[in-house]
Design a protein around this ligand. Structure first.
Ligand code: G6P
Length: 369
């Protein structure tokens, strides 16, 4: 087992560090040599294939569901097709409005999660065309779906998912660019910028590992607090949800994610002196609004760790600690911003002496309902 951990103390830390390679293997053959086009030879869809559906449904569980929330924003922004994201266990019993003009995308690392598989079958029963995004070749979900796009994260052993998530975002983003190219709704220059950003991801993720010591220090400092809050807007809200899930599942700290604008509708009541708030501020369109939210929690004496893009001096004026990720296109930013949150969760679990790779009550793959 020590050999499999490649010199790291835990699988989770190894898998966090595997991400540059996992991401590279996943974009692999999906970007044309000139960097202008997203390619999916395994699909080979035409404009007519895309025109055949008028909505997209994404179903998944856990971390894969969070990847679905980001993918929704990718597809809606780049291909202008309406997307709904459903928790698989809810969708399967929801008497859904799925029909033969629906594309159902299921996202699953293992390809074996029973609720996700059942949701896929339910969508197909209603006539949907289906596409699986999964990490396991020949898995039940890949066999059930009409088409499959693989992530190439390699085996993920730690129960808390890290590299599977980032590779799901890469696959989702490339697929959104592919749809936008086919239906002509995406500005080609934006597509090129995104593809260039994807190719840079391995290098950029490597750069983020520099925050390792900072995250270790925060975890030591705040690791014994009973609650933590994650705030974000737009795509950052989805990343906040993933950050909160990582922290709670392995460190057992109660963690909640909130959309910045929802603070006033409840969570603000829980903010008091010393409560850790992790605020994501990578999305330019809503940046000023995030700063207002940060000021709201600072006014209640929360301790704020801000996650922003390199060069954003403004952020550090409003927060107690700033963590910078490399500056990147807004669709690339979530794939970077999640990495410090993974490290924070990892070190918080270590601080609390928790079993990082095998958290209590949880399983890597949930194959029973
Ligand atoms: C379990 C795992 C999570 C995972 C979820 C969905 O809860 O602990 O890490 O996100 O199942 O798994 P899947 O294999 O379908 O992505």
């Amino acid at each position: 087992e020590a050999a499999e951990k490649g010199g790291y103390e835990h699988f989770m830390l190894k898998e966090i560090h595997d991400q540059p390679k996992a991401v590279r293997d996943t974009f692999g053959t999906h970007i044309s040599e000139d960097g202008k086009t997203a390619i999916f030879d395994e699909l080979n869809w035409t404009a007519d294939d895309v025109a055949a559906f008028n909505k997209i449904l994404i179903v998944a569980c856990g971390t894969a569901y969070h990847a679905g929330l980001v993918t929704k924003q990718y597809i809606e922004n780049l291909a202008r097709i309406p997307v709904s994201v459903e928790i698989a266990s809810e969708y399967r019993y929801s008497n859904p409005l799925t029909d033969d003009k629906t594309l159902c995308i299921v996202i699953s690392q293992s390809g074996e999660t029973s609720d996700t598989l059942a949701a896929l079958k339910e969508a197909k029963r209603h006539g949907a065309k289906s596409l699986a995004i999964t990490n396991v070749v020949g898995s039940s979900i890949s066999r059930e779906a009409d088409d499959t796009v693989y992530t190439w994260a390699g085996p993920e052993i730690s129960v808390a998912s890290t590299k599977a998530y980032t590779t799901q975002l890469v696959a989702g983003l490339l697929f959104a660019v592919y749809l936008g190219q086919l239906n002509g709704k995406m500005d080609p220059a934006l597509g090129e910028e995104i593809l260039c950003g994807v190719k840079n991801l391995p290098t950029l993720i490597h750069e983020i590992f520099e925050v390792d010591e900072d995250m270790k220090a925060f975890a030591k400092h705040y690791g014994f607090k009973s609650d933590a809050f994650f705030l974000g807007r737009a795509i950052d809200y989805a990343v906040a949800m993933e950050g909160a899930l990582k922290l709670k599942e392995i460190s057992y700290i109660h963690a909640e994610a909130y959309a910045g604008g929802e603070l006033k509708h409840g969570t603000l009541a829980l903010i008091e002196e010393g409560v850790p708030v992790i605020a994501l501020a990578t999305q330019e369109d809503v940046y000023d609004k995030m700063i207002s939210n940060i000021r709201e929690v600072k006014a209640r004496e929360a301790v704020v760790i801000g996650i922003g893009m390199k060069g954003d001096e403004e952020l550090s004026k409003h927060v107690d600690h700033t963590i910078y990720v490399p500056r990147a296109n807004k669709f690339i930013a979530p794939i970077l911003a999640v990495v410090p949150l993974q490290l924070l969760a990892y070190y918080a679990a270590i601080t609390r002496g928790a079993d990082v790779d095998k958290p209590r009550n949880l399983a890597k793959s949930v194959t029973v309902e």
